[in-house]
Write a new protein. Structure first.
Length: 21
């Protein structure tokens, strides 16, 4: 579940909050 979310970059700012910026 977290795999695809992190891939997008909007997991929770944990792996890559670039998209969530």
């Amino acid at each position: 579940m977290h795999s695809l979310e992190k891939s997008a970059g909007f997991d929770l700012g944990t792996s890559g909050g670039e998209e969530k910026s």
